[in-house]
Design a protein around this ligand. Structure first.
Ligand SMILES: Nc1ncnc2c1ncn2[C@@H]1O[C@H](COP(=O)(O)OP(=O)(O)OP(=O)(O)O)[C@@H](O)[C@H]1O
Ligand SMILES: [Mg+2]
Length: 111
């Protein structure tokens, strides 16, 4: 185990999306005996992850398992429904403007 402190840490991170339910689509589906879509998608469930300086982490999984959702959470583009995201030991949600800027510059998507 490395003694270097983590740069980025995810603790028990969750992401739930509300989906559209009801309306014409659901009524039509019901008319034809189909089940309406779930009202909530639990895309990321209880994820712990830590990334140390210089470390490369790969995330592999079947389509729809939540890889992009987790990436968006780690990059600060989306907010978690639960759990904590820490950058240099500080909760990203509680950063002041200056530290939030450092996080935004330090953790980015590379398209
Ligand atoms: N903005 C959103 N609103 C509602 N549901 C969403 C949203 N984004 C993703 N989802 C759902 O969350 C789940 C995880 O999606 P995500 O895109 O994170 O998976 P993925 O592992 O990146 O898939 P892929 O390999 O196809 O890119 C899926 O069921 C998806 O339909
Ligand atoms: Mg994806």
């Amino acid at each position: 185990m490395s003694s270097t402190a983590p740069l980025l840490e995810l603790k028990a991170v969750e992401k739930r999306y509300g989906t559209r339910s009801g309306g014409m689509g659901a009524a039509l589906m019901s008319r034809f005996g189909l089940r309406a879509p779930a009202s909530e998608v639990h895309a990321v469930r209880d994820v712990d992850l830590s990334v140390r300086p210089g470390e490369v982490v790969g995330l592999v999984g079947e389509s729809g398992c939540g890889k992009s959702s987790l990436g968006r959470l780690a990059a600060g583009i989306a907010r978690p429904s639960g759990g904590q995201i820490m950058f240099r030991g500080e909760n990203v949600d509680a950063l002041d403007a200056t530290r939030r800027r450092a996080f935004d510059l330090g953790v980015q998507m590379v398209f």
